[in-house]
Design a binder for this molecule. Structure first.
Ligand code: TYD
Length: 150
């Protein structure tokens, strides 16, 4: 596992990201008999300032989320409760990551198609994002994404 502090490659004129730029980050865990505590600081545990937080919950069995990529957005995906799978695709190859601990986060860099599935009952997926919501940042058509990423 790479260090939580190692940054994602800085965007260049023609950034070319790959699955290698995505990694699972182990977050600090303050163990306590009263209950454990984990925290995330922008530019410390994730290589970006945190501009937005959103979460998926009440996901029905068999449902799938995601199914898109982002041009510039970086995200840290955390299974706050329960578990789910994240399929990552850089337009050339694919990798699946299973998340099931609230002190691990999956760093997803720009230009990675992702699909979330196999949500366990009662699971909660929290996402820390580098930018505010911007529909123009999305690739929602896989063929268009693959043309630009491949
Ligand atoms: P979307 O990103 O497609 O969800 P997912 O990838 O989890 O399946 O977003 C679903 C809808 O929610 C879409 O209409 C855009 C809206 N949305 C916001 O308004 N703000 C946000 O921060 C996010 C993530 C989504």
């Amino acid at each position: 596992m790479r260090s939580p502090l190692s940054p994602v490659a800085a965007p260049a004129a023609s950034p070319r990201y790959s699955l290698e730029d995505c990694r699972v980050i182990e977050l600090p865990k303050i163990a306590d008999p009263r209950g454990n505590l984990t925290f995330v600081e922008g530019q410390v545990h994730v290589p970006f300032d945190i501009a937005r937080v959103y979460y998926l919950y009440d996901v029905p069995g068999g449902a799938e989320r995601g199914g898109h990529a982002h041009r510039a957005l970086q995200q840290l995906i955390i299974a706050m409760s329960g578990s789910f799978d994240v399929l990552l695709d850089d337009g050339r190859s694919r990798r699946q990551v299973h998340l099931n601990r609230s002190y691990y986060g999956l760093l997803v860099c720009p230009m990675i198609w992702r699909e979330l599935s196999n949500f366990s009952s009662g699971s909660v997926c929290m996402v820390l994002a580098s930018h505010r919501y911007d529909e123009a940042d999305y690739y929602r058509d896989y063929a268009v994404f693959q043309r630009d990423a491949g």
